[in-house]
Write a protein that binds this ligand. Structure first.
Ligand code: ARG
Ligand code: GLU
Length: 674
């Protein structure tokens, strides 16, 4: 009996240990986690992570743009994020003469740092529980307005735990953010879409920016008189690395997770949405890839589109595999069964049943919406037939990366899928009529592209000169017809049902917390600042296959192949490897003297965490988070500590590239490197 008890106790504690890697915690409540963190190797205090009275680590972290994270690494406003987060800026500064995407960019003085109008970074000034104020009848608009102090700050009230809590987030937003350095894409995007979401990984996914401020260190629009921003805090960089088992934490802005939804949502994702979206994107990617293989110019033109279509496409496949393997739907159904029993006679009675019913009502709208987004709006011509294009004077730049031949093939495939899968009530009359007239999807697409004047910049300009009526253009008419039907029959209904579902979740969330009083509930990610923690760890990739948590320069050299675009490294990197000129960055790892490149850890992260600092127990910078493994991606719905890993680029590789490839060693002088 005693033995059995002991086994049960150790099983239970093994379970909590395993579960504890899950979670994206609010910095202001991190005190509740610190005992657990300390037991695992954290050496600081809750106040070091988040404080409103003194500088803390949060003051060295920014929301970069609208969907990435970044961290300060010098007293002069120097900031690190991912190459893929700075990609748009790097691309915008690139031209045939200065191809920074291909060759990299290294500002050799402050004067060479490049401004990026529209790019902002946001520091969290404070966060505050305003649940009671809202409950007492204060409006979130009024709370936001007073927090913004007449424009000094930017604030928002966000709902957490499905409206059971409300938090005020107050940000200071800097608007003069300059590009300082970026490695060549053959380093920053090494492995391309082939290696994306994969391990072993060898991507040097970083870029360097600098925040500028006015003379009073306050946010200002770009001006040559601005000066480097002095942060309250910047990260100390550790060159010691972290070994398997060592404590790490990731501090940044995760975008969206849905850990507390019912089986209905997971079932929809796994059995309806993901398969449809994956299939549609496979068709699109096949057309694009085939054209890219035939022609180098096409490859370059469609590189960025291909990358972004492929990114989610690959993620969904990993997610579906994970959800199926974890039997997440069945697990949730069983949980809901237990919940329903327990909820009898409580205020939570009936909530799960209501959610099931509402999701059933939502289903046709959700599927149709997926087909609109992933089939109809995947036809580039429909996107181009917009008021923006009609009004633009820079039509050439809008059409710079557009090939109607590709779009025609895509359109045929997308419209066939749409026709086969969307019920007649959601097909616009305009389209049904034209399709009937033309007799087939192929003939319709031919007519559409042959007749439309919106398929090239030259044609638009010619049509303008002829006083052509663009509103009668078939592409424009098609856009108006699909937009119109969506707005009439899909969008509002979809939104209304989702509002009802969200209201039910408010009850269900509270119910789950009452049902499992011992469980540590963290709020789903919503692009607010969070702390995740976990150790450096490899994983069992397949039966008998263990993946080590570190990759090295030696692995880059193994993959290097001038014939394969994704694996063609710069000659300078080959030379450094040949001469073993690693300077202070070389270490003994995986059995050789080498440069560490990327590493795995158990931190619970998601999209938006790209660019987040990954830190050791002393809060020193070990690297920059940039991805998860493919088999982890179901963690947005169902985290599994045994297999979910975040991927970071090792800071020593970043410094090595800045120093030896970029020759921008002077940047290292302003960093605090230990
Ligand atoms: N998978 C990473 C993320 O979700 C990186 C994406 C960029 N890289 C790429 N090859 N598409 O954002
Ligand atoms: N690459 C993702 C991003 O841009 C992070 C990967 C993920 O964890 O989803 O945020």
């Amino acid at each position: 009996m005693k033995k059995l008890l002991l086994t049960l106790v150790s099983l239970a504690s093994a379970l909590t240990v395993a579960l504890a890697d899950e979670g994206m915690w609010l910095p202001c409540l991190i005190g509740e986690r610190v005992a657990d963190m300390k037991a695992k190797g954290f050496e600081l205090t809750a106040e070091d992570i988040y404080s409103i009275n003194q500088a803390s680590l949060k003051d060295a972290i920014v929301l970069f743009g609208r969907g990435c994270s970044g961290e300060l690494v010098s007293a002069e406003g120097l900031l690190l994020t991912n190459h893929h987060c700075g990609y748009g800026q790097i691309q915008r500064h690139s031209s045939v003469e200065h191809d920074y995407l291909t060759n990299g960019f290294w500002a050799m003085s402050r004067a060479e740092e490049l401004p990026n109008p529209g790019l902002t970074v946001s520091f969290l000034v404070r966060m505050e529980d305003v649940t009671e104020r809202i409950a007492a009848g204060e409006s979130s608009g009024a709370i936001v307005e007073s927090a913004e102090e007449g424009g000094k700050y930017s604030a928002s009230v966000e709902s957490l735990y499905y409206g059971n809590k409300h938090y005020l987030f107050v940000y200071q937003v800097y608007r003069d953010v300059r590009l300082v350095a970026a490695p060549p894409s053959s380093i920053g995007k090494f492995g391309g879409d082939t290696d994306n979401w994969m391990w072993p990984r060898h991507t040097g996914d970083f870029s360097v920016f600098r925040i500028y401020a006015d003379r009073n260190n306050q946010p200002a629009d770009y001006s040559k008189d601005n000066v480097p921003y002095t942060p309250k805090r910047h990260f100390t960089i550790s060159t010691q690395g972290a070994a398997e088992g060592d404590f790490t934490f990731v501090y940044g802005f995760p975008g969206t997770t849905r850990e507390y939804v019912t089986s209905d949502f997971v079932d929809y994702t796994l059995n309806y949405s993901n398969p449809a979206k994956i299939h549609l994107r496979t068709l699109r990617l096949d057309v694009i890839s085939e054209a890219q293989e035939k022609d180098v110019a096409t490859r370059i033109m469609y590189a960025s589109k291909h990358a972004s279509i492929a990114n989610a496409w690959k993620k969904w496949q990993g997610e579906s595999l994970g959800l199926a393997r974890r039997k997440t739907v069945e697990k949730k159904e069983a949980y809901e069964g237990r919940f329903v029993e327990w909820a009898k006679g409580t205020e939570y009675e009936g909530v799960v049943e209501s959610l099931h019913a509402k999701y059933a009502e939502l289903l046709p709208y959700a599927i149709t919406r997926d087909y609109y987004n992933e089939a109809i709006y995947a036809i580039e011509l429909i996107g181009l037939a917009s008021p923006r294009t009609l009004a633009a004077d820079n039509v050439e730049s809008i059409y710079k990366d557009y090939l109607p031949a590709i779009d025609r093939s895509v359109a045929v495939k997308m419209l066939k899928e749409f026709g086969d899968n969307v019920s007649a009530e959601f097909v616009p009359q305009w389209y049904a009529d034209r399709l009937a007239e033309c007799g087939s999807v192929e003939a319709f697409v031919e007519w559409l592209f042959d007749t439309s004047r919106l398929t090239s910049a030259a044609d638009i300009k010619a049509a303008r000169a002829e006083q052509y009526d663009f509103e009668s253009d078939p592409a424009r008419a098609m856009r108006v017809a699909f937009d119109g039907l969506y707005r009439e029959k899909i969008g509002p209904k979809y939104a209304a049902l989702n509002r009802e579902i969200t209201a039910l979740y408010k009850t269900y969330m509270r119910g789950q917390m009452a049902f499992e009083p011992e469980r540590n509930f963290y709020p789903d990610a919503n692009l607010t600042l969070r702390v995740a923690y976990g150790s450096v760890a490899g994983y069992e990739a397949a039966d008998g296959v263990y993946h080590l948590p570190y990759t090295t320069l030696d692995g880059i050299i193994e993959k290097d192949n001038p014939e394969i675009y994704d694996y063609d490294i710069p000659q300078s990197l080959r030379d450094l490897y040949a001469s073993k000129d690693y300077g202070r960055w070389g270490v003994a790892l995986n059995g050789h003297h080498t440069i560490p490149v990327a590493f795995l850890a158990k931190n619970h992260t998601t999209g938006g965490n790209s660019g987040s600092p990954i830190l050791n127990g002393r809060g020193e910078l070990l690297g920059i988070n940039f991805d998860r493994t493919w088999v982890s991606t179901m963690s947005d719905l169902d985290y599994d500590a045994s297999i979910c890993r975040n991927i970071s680029v090792d800071i020593r590789y970043v410094l090595f590239v800045i120093d030896k490839i970029g020759g921008a060693g002077y940047l290292l002088d302003e960093m605090t490197i230990k």
